[in-house]
Each structure stands twice: as structure tokens, then as C-alpha cells.
Design a protein around this ligand. Structure first.
Ligand code: CU
Ligand code: ZN
Length: 176
């Protein structure tokens, strides 16, 4: 029995280290309501993958927006003040048009629309080589704002997607 437990423990350690090797968390953002930043409405977690790409898992939990669609973008500045207006416009390091993630042209933070269920919950994952966490690189996502809009991104209107008011906001911070 003791031996069995020991091998279980060893297997557990092996599993944990295998996980952290493939999925190293490198950044995160806590999203809060722009109208009341004591109210958390979601999180974004960023992982560096073995192939050098970065994966983001974003989860929204926003009860007052239940049964709706919200649009999410990275904006230029990591300052959520003034109802999110201080983040300024969409972060656009490649000088492309606003558009749908994965289409021929889009901003590097045009995450797009997330459908929220009857409890206000919704999530999306994206993996990309458009991002880095390296100081001085134009692709560096650290310090960018993440805005949650109260409307739907039409993926066409320039340069915003006509996504509606800024209802949620967070700042991407490095995880060391
Ligand atoms: Cu936006
Ligand atoms: Zn955009």
C-alpha cells in the first residue's frame, strides 16, 4: 500500500511538471466593470507554448450582461480610468484594418465576440504568434488594456467594429 501511494505521488509530480513545461503562465489580466472597478467580471490568462506561440484563455462572468454578446479587444494603453476611455484605441502594432480574428486583416488584439450564457458566462481561447512579452518589441502585450464592450463587433466598421460602450476593462500584467 505504501509503495502504491509513493508511486502515485511520483506520477503526480511527473504530471505537474509536464503541465508547467507545456503551459507556462506568463501574463494575466483581471477584468472589472468600468462603472465599478470593485466588481470583477472575468480573467484572461496567457501561456507560452512549446512552439513559441502564446495562448490566451479568457473567461467572462458578467451576470448583468447575461444572454448577450460582448466584444473584446486589446486597446493601446493599460489605464482603465475614465470608463475605459484612457485605454484609447485598438492596439494595432501591424498597421492593419480592424477585422475578425484570423481573417486577412485584423488588429493583433481583435479577439472578437463572446456569447454569454443565461448566467453571464462565456469564454474563448486564441493562440497566436502575433504576441510576445519581450521588452521593447512592438508585439509586447504587457501593459496593454483589455476592453469588454457592451455590444457586438461587426468586424467591419473602422477602426472599432462599432462595438458599443466600454463596460469592462483590465490591464495585461506579467506573471513571473
Ligand atoms: Cu475595443
Ligand atoms: Zn480592432
Amino acid at each position: 500500500m505504501k509503495k502504491y501511494l509513493l508511486s502515485l505521488a511520483i506520477a503526480g509530480v511527473a504530471l505537474v511538471s509536464a503541465c508547467s513545461k507545456t503551459d507556462k503562465e506568463i501574463a494575466q489580466a483581471t477584468l472589472t466593470e468600468t462603472a465599478d472597478n470593485s466588481k470583477t467580471i472575468g480573467t484572461a490568462k496567457f501561456y507560452e507554448l512549446n512552439n513559441g506561440k502564446i495562448k490566451m484563455d479568457i473567461e467572462i462572468d458578467f451576470a448583468s450582461r447575461a444572454d448577450s454578446t460582448v466584444a473584446v479587444h486589446f486597446h493601446e494603453h493599460g489605464d482603465c480610468g475614465n470608463m475605459g476611455e484612457n485605454t484609447h484605441g485598438h492596439w494595432n502594432p501591424t498597421n492593419e484594418a480592424h477585422g475578425q480574428w484570423g481573417s486577412p486583416a485584423y488588429h493583433s488584439g481583435d479577439i472578437g465576440n463572446i456569447v454569454l450564457d443565461p448566467n453571464g458566462k462565456g469564454k474563448i481561447s486564441v493562440t497566436t504568434d502575433r504576441w510576445s512579452v519581450k521588452d521593447g518589441e512592438v508585439t509586447n502585450i504587457i501593459g496593454r488594456g483589455i476592453i469588454v464592450h457592451g455590444g457586438t463587433d461587426d468586424y467591419k466598421t473602422q477602426p472599432t467594429g462599432n462595438s458599443g460602450p466600454r463596460v469592462g476593462c483590465g490591464v495585461i500584467e506579467a506573471v513571473k
